[in-house]
Design a protein around this ligand. Sequence first.
Ligand SMILES: Nc1ncnc2c1ncn2[C@@H]1O[C@H](COP(=O)(O)OP(=O)(O)OP(=O)(O)O)[C@@H](O)[C@H]1O
Ligand SMILES: [Mg+2]
Length: 243
Amino acid sequence: MNNNENIIKLEQVVFSYPGSNITTLNHLDLEINRGDRLGMMAPNGSGKTTLLHTIMGLCKPNSGIIKIFGKQLKNEKDFAPIRTKIGLLFQDSDDQLFCPTVLEDVAFGPLNLGFSQEDAIKIARETLAKLGIEDFEQSVTHRMSGGQKRLVALAAVLAMQPEVLLLDEPTAGLDNKVKNKLINILNNIDITFLVISHEFDFIKAVTDKIYSMEEGRVLTDDKIHIHRHEHVHKHGRHPHVHK
Ligand SMILES: Nc1ncnc2c1ncn2[C@@H]1O[C@H](COP(=O)(O)OP(=O)(O)OP(=O)(O)O)[C@@H](O)[C@H]1O
Ligand SMILES: [Mg+2]
């Protein structure tokens, strides 16, 4: 694996949502190289999801350059093929899942990639087993709990066997046991990824570098210092709040 090979490069990207007078991405630069295991922690509304959607060609920048696998991408025709190589886990699982059953949802990607029905189902079943949700394969996706849907959405992304993973708050709604399973999976697959999370312990466990976002730009780790605050105090007799 060539660890310096550039996979994703954004140069001076500017993006505003149509009709909005806010510049959500403001001359943003970002580089992701093969083998990178990047984390991103930044406040609500700082543009993290917009950034991932821009990489996937779901938000079209007003100006700037997007290069993926060394090639500049401009229109839908350019972006369509890279969506099979870069797996985006949407922040909202309902944006990802649209088939009646779990197995169909997870097999959809491999089928789309040209695998036979039999092979697509085999891949889907293996992926579900990896995440420990194989017993749900015949469940109706939209009736599952939020955390279960999160896992199915993750299975749907992993089943595509992408070269790069963009994960938008993957642990939202997951219990600790499942979260640890996800940590284990991410630490044992040979894949380039960028993961957005508000959970310091999770992001610390799976990434080598943590970036942030401010004023529509990415702040790389030489410009920021993220650390966890901890404190201890006596319980006291009565429940209390911190001011
Ligand atoms: N479809 C949209 N139309 C107009 N404005 C939008 C749209 N989606 C997001 N925005 C705005 O763009 C800004 C960035 O939103 P974005 O969802 O990228 O933030 P985020 O960093 O992912 O936040 P969070 O941590 O809450 O997920 C916000 O001000 C938001 O209101
Ligand atoms: Mg978001």
